[in-house]
Structure formats: C-alpha cells, structure tokens
Design a protein around this ligand. Sequence first.
Ligand code: PLP
Length: 460
Amino acid sequence: MVSSASPSLEPFEAGHDTSSPNRNLAPLTAAVGPDGQLSVGGCRLHDLAERFGTPLYVLDEQTLRTSCRAYRAALASHYPGDSLALFASKAHSSLAMTALVASEGLGLDAVSAGELHTACDGGMDPSRIVLHGNNKSPEELLLALQCHATVILDNWFELGLLEELCNGHGLRARLLVRFTPGIECHTHHYIRTGHLDSKFGFDPDQLQELLSHLAGCNWADVAGLHAHIGSQIFELEPHRDLASVMADALALARRLGHSATDLNVGGGLGVRYVASDDPPGIDQWVRTVAQAVQEACEKRGLALPRLLCEPGRSLVATAGVTLYRVGSRKDIPSLRTYIAVDGGMSDNPRPITYQSLYTACLAGRPRAAAEETVTVAGKHCESGDVLLRDIALPSVRSGDLLVVFATGAYNDSMSSNYNRIPRPAAVIVGNGKADLVRERETSRDLLRFDRLPQHLQPVS
Ligand SMILES: *Cc1c(COP(=O)(O)O)cnc(C)c1O
C-alpha cells in the first residue's frame, strides 16, 4: 500500500499560477466542493458525466481566456511594435474554440482545408489566418487565396502551384516564407546545425535564390518570414537564437526589395503534464522572444517587424480534462494492477504515440490518500493502449470517475475511430454552466460512409 498523499492533490491546490495556465496541471477553476467532489468551471464533474456521458472532453472557458489574454498582454508589454498571437488550431480545432480565440483578439493558424473551414465558419477574420503545410493541395491553396488568408510558403513545388493559381484566377498571394532555422529542440536540450533534416520549409541556403526569384513575381507579396522550432519546449535559449537567425533572413528579404513586415516565430512553449514538469510562463516566453527579436533587429538596423507567434499547446492543454468511467480490473499478483476505462488511445493517442505522461485523480475523491498503484488501460485491442502507468490512487472501484488532466491539446484533434469506437462529446464549462461543443459520435455514425458493393451483399 502507498501511504503518502496522492500526487493528484497538486492539480487543484499547490502552486497554482493564475496568470499562466500552462504552468498548472489543472484548469484554473478546478475546485473541491464541500461534498469532497471535484468541479471545473463551477460544474461538478460527476454531474457532467451523468448528463453528457463518458468519455467526455471538458474545456474550461476561464482557463482558455486567461491563456489568450496572457499572450496578448505579454506581447503588448514586451514588444514595442505591432504583434499578433495566432492560435495553432491543430492543437484543438473546433467552431467553439475558433470563436473563443477570435473573441479574444487572436488570429489562427490552419494546416488543411478542414481547419481553414472551421476557422472561417467559427468567425475568424481571414486576414488573421495563416495556412501552413508541406503539401497543400491546389484546392487548399485556392481556398486560402480566395478568402485572403496568408499562405506560409513551404517549398518550390508549392510556389509553382501558387503562381498558376494566382495567374489563372487573377489573385495575389500574401506569403510568409518558411525556412528551417537550424535549431532543433527536444524536450530538455537543443542543437544548432547549419541544416536541418525536416520536411517543412526551405533550407536556409536556398533563401537567397528563393527571395530573389520572388522579387520578380508580381503575383506574390512576401509579407515576411516564418520558422517554428518544435513543441513542448521548456528552454528559452533556442528562441533567443531563433530571433537572430530570423533577423538575418529578414535583412536579406528587405535587401531584395520585399516589404517583409512580419516575423512569425512559431509556437512551442511547453506545459505541465506531471508535477515534475516546470515550463516557463507565457509572460516569460513572450518577453524572451520579444526582447530577442528587438535586439536582433536593432543590431542589424532593421525597422521592427510585426511580431507573430503561434501557440497551440500552451493555450489549450491545461484548460482541458477528460472524464472516464472505470470498468474492469485485473490484478496480477506481485506484478501489476490494471484498471480499464471506457476510452483510451482513440481519444488520447499521445501516450501510445509519444510515451507522454499524464496526471489523474478520482473525481469523487480527489483528496483521498493514495492506497494503491495502478496502471490505467484503455479499452482498445492493443496492449500498448495504456493512458497512465503506475499511478498512485485511492483504491479504485468500478464505476468511479477518473479525471485525466491537461488533455486540452492534441487529444480531441488527434483522436481516431480505432476499433470503431465513437469519438467522445466535448463540453465547455464556466460559471456553473456546461455547453456542448461537439456531439458524441454513435456507432451508427461510423457506418455512414461504408458502402456494400452489390456482389458482397448478403443473400437473403
Ligand atoms: C505545431 C505548430 C505550432 C504549435 O505548436 P505548440 O507546441 O502546440 O505551441 C505552431 N506553428 C507550427 C508551424 C506548428 O507546426
């Protein structure tokens, strides 16, 4: 038996950072009521599970808004020029999220026609949308051009497609040129190389040739440059280095006659998934980036560009929790105890894909002392379908509600229908109210696109 206090006390008590939600494990509004039950956004998780079923994605509106405001406030206070934070919507793409970040004055980055449609239908001003991708289709490019979104130019092939589309439709393309800055980040260290083995963007050695070529393209407006160095980054130094590499590229673009008003430094700020994670706060990250860009530009005598950044994970991860119902249990004497929940790798593919760690507690007894160490498995037909390995919990019973923290980013957006399991519903909570933002799929929904050819139809 484990007798120490459950580490799950941490999420909603110790060390709460109210200004930078990416530093907390739990949503800002997570609270334990007089009945000892956990609530988020003023809604008891138990009630949400009863009303909407499980698994359930729960998003806390206050945490989301606080994160958006933290980016905007930090940019305004640390960068003397214009700036814009763009939500990297691949972290969580939905109409509701789009509308929320738009209402907070953010822009958005999309990587497909699907994300672009979601952004436009969710009310994002297209002049604040950028389209990414290393293999955008002609249809995706045309969609972006026609709604006047900015295209992040990724490669020579795409340049050819854009030229054809612009000439064919009498359109102009507003472009940011993406290049690989030669800075590679892993979670806890980074390397600088001249070249990077990456599928995204132009090699830095090709920038001169590319920008010279673009100077002669009257269909193209080179509005600036883009680079992105990675995700779940806890270090600040790589972002400082990035600023000087980008300022060199900016100087080159302007020398070649481009307006190049925008410098987009990408996203990547990490979040806390487990108590031992200690990411910088949003303000600290923005201050580092803003000061580095300013210094690098001053050193080169460059007029300050508009500073863009593209946070994804750090805007949404800790605003989200996932609720699961505990079902079966398997005790393997002196080896391991598995408890199984009603979701798993189809609603959260990060553990099986990246061996990502999470924190969890029981919604009904969040403060109860840990009594056993269990491994939380999903219900998919895959031995690796494990959400949390060896976590300490009060003794778990079938029917308990398990809360997994920090699932707001790259869960819903990376979900699948593996094993023909319907995707969960998603709700947004605030001030004691819960609103559905995505309907739960049904098994019948999953058959919608199946077709049975005549010769395979069962003979009746
Ligand atoms: C994934 C991605 C982001 C967002 O990264 P986070 O780590 O979620 O902040 C931003 N820009 C680009 C180009 C990306 O590919």
